[in-house]
Design a protein around this ligand. Structure first.
Ligand SMILES: [Mn+2]
Length: 320
């Protein structure tokens, strides 16, 4: 993948630099956005980070002080970077600011990304947006491994999106980059624990509720949670990590689906698969993602959305 780019030239005269990740930011969104922002700081710039929030467990990332949590109305950037964002909708409220920007970049690794910025740097073969950010910096003569803060953010983003170098998006290059970052001194065991394994007591309760509601049909393990159940455990939609992966790891699962109610009449589905490609089914419903991991928000109750998606997956598997 050729990452040749004019980022250095494009930011040279830019004053108002904004960097945004996707809504409900995950470890890769937070890591890639903050790493890029810190790189711009090293270049003497004052970038602003737009993330809808930074989940508590990612507050240990470096560069969170660059997070902008003010009014969005008057912001008109010279340059805007959308990072780890598969389509413009996923920018959420920051999408308005994207529209008002003089120049826009999209830096992403989602296979379903068709490119929505002035300059699109998209590599669906990269493990993570964080991996692409590492390569972009390298292309511009900056060794992330020599900057412990940027190195840690990139490493954490890669660990998150690869599930600790387990998912099939993990390539030789992913390991090479990780190796360079380890040599640079990143604290690997702390990052792995905090990004992948640490959870709170309410999250453990929610995990139990999700397993309690679990059903299984034709190789698909699925579960759904109502707002009442999520709130009853003292949780929010930020506390769902690990549930769908746990369902997928059942020996009887080909695919796994977690559906959570998000408002009175909408529910969000997270879908995972061991082999059967699920992206097309999810894209047809208006969502996006990767071949084996995708998500979509649909109208209906969590239960109804789960039944609908599971039916489509089983049909797809039987016809494939
Ligand atoms: Mn990502």
């Amino acid at each position: 993948m050729d990452y040749r780019n004019n980022i250095l030239k494009d930011i040279e005269n830019a004053e108002k630099i904004y960097i945004a990740g996707h809504i409900n930011p995950d470890g890769d969104a937070v890591g890639s956005v903050l790493a890029l922002a810190l790189y711009f700081v090293r270049l003497g710039k004052k970038p602003c980070v737009l993330l809808e929030n930074i989940p508590e467990r990612f507050k240990f990332f470096y560069g969170t002080q660059l997070w902008y949590n003010g009014d969005y109305d008057d912001i008109a950037p010279d340059i805007f970077f959308a990072v780890d964002c598969g389509d413009k909708k996923r920018l959420g409220k920051a999408g308005e600011i994207f529209d008002r920007s003089k120049m826009t970049y999209c830096i992403d690794h989602h296979a379903t990304n068709t490119g929505f910025a002035d300059i699109d740097i998209i590599n669906a073969k990269a493990s993570s947006a964080s991996e692409i950010v590492y390569e972009l910096l390298k292309e511009n003569g900056f060794d992330a491994e020599k900057d412990i803060e940027i190195a840690a953010d990139i490493y954490a983003g890669i660990v998150f999106d690869t599930g600790g170098f387990r998912h099939n998006c993990t390539g030789r290059r992913t390991h090479e980059i990780a190796g360079a970052l380890v040599e640079g001194g990143v604290d690997t065991s702390t990052i792995h624990s905090r990004v992948l394994f640490e959870h709170t007591l309410p999250q453990a309760k929610l995990f139990g509720a999700a397993l309690n509601n679990m059903k299984h049909k034709d190789g698909v393990s699925y579960t759904s949670l109502t707002t009442k159940e999520i709130e009853g455990c003292g949780c929010t939609s930020e506390d769902l990590d690990g549930i769908v992966d746990f369902l997928l790891n059942l020996d009887v699962s080909d695919c796994a689906v977690l559906v959570t109610q998000r408002s009175e009449n909408t529910a969000k589905a997270s879908v995972r698969s061991k082999q059967f490609p699920i992206a097309d089914i999810i894209v047809a419903l208006g969502g996006g993602g990767h071949k084996l991991a995708a998500g979509v928000t649909c109208e209906g109750s969590a239960d109804a959305v789960a039944d609908m998606i599971v039916k489509k997956i089983i049909e797809g598997k039987n016809n494939g």
